[in-house]
Design a protein. Sequence first.
Length: 483
Amino acid sequence: MARLAPARRAALRLSAECRQRDARARELLRTSDVMDGLEPRDRALATRLVLGAQRARGLCDAVVDAHLTHGHLEPRVRDALTLSAFELLYLGTPTQVAVSQGVELAAAASRRARGLANAVLRRVAEEDVRGMEAARGRVRAARDAGNAPEVADVALVGALPEWLARELVASLGAGACALALDAMDPPAPTVAANLNLDTEEGAFARLVDAGLRPSRLPWPGCMALGAQAGLATSGLVEETCVLPADPAAQMVSWLAAPSADVDAMLEVGQGRATKTLLLAGANRRLGGKVLLACVDSVAFKSRLARERVRAGGLGDRATCLTLDATRLDARDVPRELRGTFGQVFVDAPCSGTGTMRRHPEVAWSLGQESVCGGSARLPALQLRMLSAAAARVASGGTLAYSTCSDLRAEDEDVVCAFLESEAGRAFAPLPATDAPCASVLDPASLRILRAMTGQDGFLRSEGGRALGLDCDGHFLALMRKVG
C-alpha cells in the first residue's frame, strides 16, 4: 500500500474547504494553515494541485463522470478524483504514481472508495490522457502554422467550457493557441516600482537586498522576481515601495497615463488603487504632477484606495470617491467630478477571462449570458460606463477604455458601439503607439508596444507573448475628443 504524499493530503483538505466555503482558492491558500510545516517542494505541488483543480474543475468532473456506473459520489471522494484527474491530464505525472496516489487520496476521503478510484483513474489514464496529448499536438501545429485552433481542442487543452472556448477562438484567432497551451502554467511573479516614492533603481536595489532576485523586464519599472516567497514578509508591498502587478496591467497604466501638461485626470473603476499609483508614477516620469479624481462603486475599495494612495506618495493629489460610474454624466455628482478632465481612464468591470491563470474560478463560474448575446449584462454595463465617463472629457482630451478580458464582446465591440453612439461621435481612435509615454520607452519596450497594437490601434497584450513576455490578457483603446 502506497503512502499518501503530504502535498496531496493538504491539497485534498484545501479543495474541500474551497467547496464547503465557496472560497477563492488563492485567498484560501494565503490564509489557511493547512500547509504549515510542509517542505517547499510539497507546498509548491499542493498549490499547483489546488489551483489547477479549481481551474479545470468542470472538465475534470465531466471526465470522472464519464467513467462512473452511477452518478452520485460523496463530495470528498469527488474532490479526490478531480485532483487526481487533473494531475493525470495536465501535470504529466507518471501514470503509476498518479493512479496509486489517487487511490490513496480517495481512501483518505472514504475507505470504501479504493476500488472505484482505481477503476476510474485507470480509465482516465488509458483513454483521456491519450486524447489530451492528441489535442495538444493539434493546437501546437495550429500555433506553428499561425492558424486558429479547433474549438474542441481549446476547450480540452485549456480546460474551458465549450461556449467560452468558442468565444475565445472567435476573439483571438491563432492567439487562442497560446492561451490554451499556457492555461495551467502559473504566471511569473512581477512587480512595478512605485515611481511616486522612489526611482526604478532604488526599488530594484531594495528587492535585491530582500533576497528576491529581481530582473528587469522591457517596460519602465517592471521587474520579475526569481524568489517570490519573501515578498510578503519583506515589507516592500506594505510600504508600497513596489506594487504587485502583471506586466500587461503595467503597460495599460503607462499608456493611459496623461502627458505632462494635463492638470487633472479622472480614473473610473479605481479598485485598490494599484493603477492609480502606476498612472501617477508614469505621469511623473513624463514630467507632470497630475491631480487625480478616482471613483469606484464599492465603498470598501474606496477606503482602502485612500489609504494606499497616501502611503504610496500621492498625498492629497488623489481624491477617492464612491460612485456608480454610470451616473458620471449626471448633474448631481460630487463637486470634485463636475468639471472636465484632460484625461479620463475607464478600467471597466469585466469577465476577467484574461486573468484565468491568476483567478482559476473564472472559467467555470462565468455565465454565457453575462458576455454573449444582445442582452449580455457586462457589455451593456461597460458601454453605459464609457458613455457616462465621456461627458467628463475636456475638448482635445483623451478617453482610455481598458479591460482584463480576452473577449471581443467586451473589448472592440464595446468601443465600436460607443464610437457609433451619440456620446461617442465627438471621439476619434488614437493609436496606442501615439500615447505620451512612447517618448520615454526604450527600443525593447517600443517593440513590445508595436507587437501588441493591432491595425485598428487598439492594444491587446497577446502580442507580447511572441516576444517572450509572460503576461495576462488585457485590452486598451485610446480615443481623443475632437468634436
